[in-house]
Design a binder for this molecule. Sequence first.
Ligand SMILES: *[C@@H]1O[C@H](CO)[C@@H](O)[C@H](O)[C@H]1NC(C)=O
Ligand SMILES: *[C@@H]1O[C@H](CO)[C@@H](O)[C@H](O)[C@H]1NC(C)=O
Length: 237
Amino acid sequence: MKLSRFRIERLNPLIKMKSFLLAFVLLALASSLASAFDPSPLQDFCVAVDDPLHGVFVNGKFCKDPKLAKADDFSFSVKKPGNTNNAVGSNVSAVNVQQIPGLNTLGISAVRIDYAPYGQNAPHTHPRATEILVVLEGTLLVGFVTSNPNNTLISKVLNKGDVFVFPIGLVHFQFNIGKTNAVAFAGLSSQNPGVITIANAVFGSDPAIDPGFLAKAFQLDKKVVKDLQNKFWMDSN
Ligand SMILES: *[C@@H]1O[C@H](CO)[C@@H](O)[C@H](O)[C@H]1NC(C)=O
Ligand SMILES: *[C@@H]1O[C@H](CO)[C@@H](O)[C@H](O)[C@H]1NC(C)=O
């Protein structure tokens, strides 16, 4: 009894040292993982300002002096529908740090999406955000495709009030299958989700990717690839 207590006491500094090292390694791992996502805020908020003269802290953008923060820094209106008179029949109104400086560092943003009848939000991904979408008006066919090798399509028809999640990084889309306009609102888990529209990135890159290469990659005729590369690829979101 006495002996084992003695042993534990002697071992204690070593255990402490080991757990300190372990904690250190875990902390280092945690901070490198955390840097792959929007950082957690280190203060209540950090209203973004462009002029460092009026800023106090730096965290990606300059932060406004918190004493000067006002309700308008945290507010924006998406009352007005976007104009859907374009090639894909949809329009995305972004609500991110550019529109709401007060969401700077908070790891969140939003979009309003308007769809003309049979309008679509073409296949795209958000490299930095999961998206949660709620249909306010109309009927949307939505879906995303899982990673290789399965590439399973997970898809559903949504009506007014229905909610759907698009996991971070996966290719997804929405298609207004109704005869009326549709409206959706979506939240995204980054203040800067980023958008990669698949067709734009592949066929609309600047400079163009070698058409012979793309013809083989997509099992298409080189002429078809060149036609695709000559089209105008409108941004989606
Ligand atoms: C989206 O709507 C806005 C507001 O009407 C308009 O300024 C913008 O050009 C539209 N974008 C597209 C891609 O049609
Ligand atoms: C992918 O497909 C394989 C083969 O059909 C199957 O065994 C596996 O469970 C699937 N994985 C997922 C995540 O669906």
